[in-house]
Design a protein around this ligand. Structure first.
Ligand SMILES: *[C@@H]1O[C@H](CO)[C@@H](O)[C@H](O)[C@H]1NC(C)=O
Length: 209
């Protein structure tokens, strides 16, 4: 359409960008975009041909250069991660239904870690000063994208999730036995729960409770 018009002097650079074909490369993306995955997580491969309509194409997915999902109408493929063997270099290929021309995407590297991660709970101090608070930090070493769940129980009360808290750091004003875990993804994935940390509160007259 406007390609000739765009190639008027002065618009030459814009034309180079629009007409060079670079904007039309096939693109494979993964969702979520974690740097590494764990067994039990769910990954979606999404293939975009960036040319014509989605329905003009058939889509195939390769893993390490071999067929992984054969040609189908589906540009997205969801997969449960079941082993470290799911690690690899993934690529998609589109075949245009009419011309049978094919187009290869970029490759995406997926890494699956063997061990289920465990959250680590650290406390600035374990004794809450009178009128004060203590900051607790929950961390997961491997990968990224974590939110956190916090739990508290006491000698007398059973464990409950601390409501409305998904931050890495929380401030607590009450004594108790605290623990945490990391969560991410949809369907949600949970790390193992951290070790307990006992937080004690200074009372005005007695010592520690
Ligand atoms: C993934 O696993 C869940 C739970 O076992 C199952 O319901 C779902 O159908 C699986 N999804 C795929 C795409 O295999």
């Amino acid at each position: 359409m406007g390609a000739t018009l765009l190639c008027e002097p002065g618009l030459f650079l814009l034309c180079t960008l629009l007409c060079s074909g670079h904007a039309q490369d096939a693109v494979l993306t993964i969702e979520p975009k974690w740097s590494s995955f764990f067994i039990g997580e769910f990954i979606v491969f999404k293939c975009d041909m960036n040319e014509g309509k989605d329905t003009d194409w058939l889509y195939k997915f390769n893993k390490d250069g071999r067929d992984f999902i054969l040609y189908s109408e589906y540009k997205e493929h969801g997969s449960n991660i079941t082993s470290t063997g799911d690690s690899g270099e993934y690529q998609c290929v589109g075949e245009m239904k009419i011309s049978h021309d094919t187009k290869n995407s970029n490759t995406v590297s997926v890494t699956v870690l063997a061990d289920k991660p465990r959250a680590t709970l650290t406390a600035g101090t374990t004794i809450i000063p009178v009128g004060g608070s203590v900051t607790l930090t929950c961390s997961v070493q491997s990968s990224d994208g974590w939110k956190y769940e916090w739990f508290r129980r006491t000698q007398r009360t059973s464990e409950g999730k601390i409501r409305d808290q998904e931050n890495r750091d929380i401030r607590v004003f009450q004594g108790g036995i605290y623990s945490c875990r990391g969560t991410r993804g949809n369907p949600v994935y949970y790390t193992d729960i951290s070790d307990d940390v006992i937080i004690k509160k200074t009372r005005k007259f007695s010592n520690l409770v």
